[in-house]
Structure formats: structure tokens, C-alpha cells
Ligand binder design. Structure first.
Ligand SMILES: NC(=O)c1ccc[n+]([C@@H]2O[C@H](COP(=O)([O-])OP(=O)(O)OC[C@H]3O[C@@H](n4cnc5c(N)ncnc54)[C@H](OP(=O)(O)O)[C@@H]3O)[C@@H](O)[C@H]2O)c1
Length: 281
């Protein structure tokens, strides 16, 4: 398993399995069990996905030692603020049925973000969470939050793929040793991306699919990618990226594909619409 080092001296698997929009009716349990069998060791869930309990079942029944699996969850907007976040961390642990989470993120900047971060820092000291990080925090939000932090975030989980490479943000993160973690690494199955002529051409050269080329690009850029897949074919394909390397020319072709735009406005991720989308209690 390829891993990356984080700024708190822990390590994280270089590629993970995302479970956004997979229902908590056994489907998530099945998908996570399959992913673990196929070799994935990082599972990315969130309180808002409402499938932490299926994730926990799959982990506990996997037969794999707990310390070999890396579990991420995230604090939802309804629970921002110090007291609410403290409770929410315990709820996530209960839903997962686990003693600790490897990584816990602020899902989006919202309300009393600094108070919420303080609760995450305390949970690290209490051994409930190993590492803490942020998600959907642009430079604008980070500049406000960083002076209030005692523990630096280990990652910032953002939309990131060859069409939206987040170059400015990545430069900013580098100053603090914060690693980029990519959601929508495959563009949320964006057809334009998955059938891009240049990527198809590069794929032919290495005998790999476009999805594999994209995920290999993330790996070589030092970005943790979190592809989501429900079909066994995709789950397997997305993990089969460790037996080849893109050369410098292909890396620079992909770097030149950046449009600077994603599917969401990163400065306006948390608004009344997103808050209303997931009512978790
Ligand atoms: N922090 C945040 O705010 C945030 C926001 C969004 C997502 N996320 C995280 O990022 C993860 C990934 O996001 P996502 O699931 O929306 O986007 P994604 O991984 O970019 O795309 C998933 C889609 O691509 C398809 N796919 C997967 N592998 C493929 C392959 N090899 N070839 C062709 N199509 C393939 C999947 O189809 P099948 O399912 O049919 O296999 C699915 O429709 C989420 O699960 C979540 O953990 C975080």
C-alpha cells in the first residue's frame, strides 16, 4: 500500500474509498467490504452521508486489524460550535462502533468554525481522533482560521481533478505542510473528463483506463484521491494504479488541462441549501 506522510507524523493511504451517496441499508457495508477485500485501507465517510454505521459494520467484520484500516469522518454543519461538536464526535464514534477515528474533518466552513475546531483538538488529546483536518476551506477561510488553531490540519479535502487542479490553494497548503485530499477525483463521473481525447491517448500508451490515468496523476502530484465506485469492476480498476508511472511529458500534459473551475463555488459551499440538504438530527 502506498502511503503519504502527514504533518503530524502519521501516515495515510495514498488512495481511499469514498462512500458519499451510498445508502446505509447494507449497500455501504457491501461496497466497503468489497473495497477492503480489494486492498483499499482508507474509507471516507461523513456524518452527513448517514452511513457511518454500515462503514463500521464492514470494518468490524473484515477480519483486518483495526490499526491497518484508516477511517475518516466529518463534522456536519448542524454541529458546528464547541459543545455541539464535542457531542457529534461521540455520536460518530457510536455510529461507527469504533474506539477512535483516524481522521475527522470540518466538512465545510460554517458558523462557529473555531469553536468546532477546539472540540476536535480536545478529542485528539483524549485519544478519540488521531488526526484532524478541514474540507472545503479556501485560502480566504483558512487565513481566518489558522491563527485560531493550536493543531494544524493534516489535510484539506477539496474538489480536485485534472479539470480543477486547485493550484493556488495547493501552493498555500504547502506553506503549512497540509496535504490536498481530492473529492470528485473522477469529476463525479464527468463524461467530458472520462472521455477526454488526451487522457484516452495517454491511457493507450500505458494500457490503462482514463480513470486509472487520472488517479495515477493524483498519486504522483502527492494528492490523496477518494474515488467512489459501486461496481466491482470500478472498485478494482481504481485501485490498480501502482504498477506503472506517468512520465514527465504526460504529467505536464495533464497539468495543462486545468480550467480553474469546478462544479461548486468553493467560497460558497456552505449555504442554506447545503445545510438543508442533510438534516442529521
Ligand atoms: N468533502 C466534501 O465536501 C465531499 C464532497 C463530495 C464528495 N466527497 C468524497 O469524495 C468521494 C468521491 O466523490 P464522488 O463519488 O461524488 O465522485 P467520483 O469518485 O469522482 O465519481 C464517482 C462516479 O464515478 C464512477 N466511477 C468510479 N470509478 C470509475 C471508473 N473506473 N470508470 C468510470 N466511472 C467510474 C462511479 O460509478 P459507479 O458507482 O457506478 O461505480 C460514480 O458514478 C465521495 O464518496 C466522498 O467520500 C467529499
Amino acid at each position: 500500500m502506498n502511503t503519504f506522510k502527514l504533518n503530524d507524523n502519521t501516515t495515510i493511504p495514498a488512495i481511499g474509498f469514498g462512500v458519499f451517496m451510498i445508502p446505509n441499508n447494507g449497500e455501504t457495508e457491501k461496497a466497503v467490504s468489497t473495497a477492503l477485500k480489494e486492498g483499499y485501507r482508507l474509507i471516507d465517510t461523513a456524518a452527513a452521508y448517514q452511513n457511518e454505521s454500515d462503514v463500521g459494520k464492514a470494518v468490524r467484520n473484515s477480519g483486518i486489524p483495526r490499526e491497518e484500516i484508516y477511517i475518516t469522518s466529518k463534522l456536519w454543519l448542524q454541529d458546528f460550535g464547541y459543545e455541539a461538536a464535542k457531542k457529534a464526535i461521540d455520536t460518530s464514534l457510536k455510529n461507527l462502533g469504533l474506539d477512535y477515528m483516524d481522521l475527522y474533518l470540518l466538512h465545510q466552513p460554517y458558523g462557529d468554525t473555531a469553536g468546532a475546531w477546539k472540540a476536535l483538538e480536545e478529542a485528539v488529546r483524549a485519544g478519540k481522533i488521531k488526526s484532524i483536518g478541514i474540507s472545503n476551506h479556501t485560502v480566504k477561510f483558512m487565513k481566518k482560521l489558522i491563527p485560531q488553531m493550536e493543531i494544524m490540519p493534516v489535510v484539506n479535502q477539496m474538489e480536485c481533478n485534472p479539470f480543477f487542479q486547485q493550484k493556488e490553494l495547493r501552493e498555500y497548503l504547502n506553506q503549512y505542510g497540509i496535504r490536498m485530499e481530492a473529492w470528485y477525483p473522477l469529476g463525479h463521473a464527468n463524461k467530458k473528463l472520462l472521455t477526454d481525447k488526451q487522457l484516452v491517448q495517454i491511457g493507450k500508451k500505458y494500457g490503462k483506463s482514463v480513470a486509472q490515468i487520472i488517479l495515477r496523476w493524483h498519486l504522483q502530484e502527492g494528492i490523496i484521491a477518494l474515488p467512489k465506485a459501486t461496481s466491482l469492476e470500478h472498485i478494482r480498476e481504481n485501485f490498480n494504479i501502482f504498477d506503472f508511472a506517468l512520465d514527465d511529458e504526460d504529467m505536464s500534459i495533464i497539468r495543462s488541462m486545468d480550467t480553474g473551475k469546478g462544479t461548486h463555488n468553493p467560497d460558497n459551499m456552505a449555504n442554506a441549501v447545503t445545510l438543508g440538504m442533510y438534516k442529521i438530527h
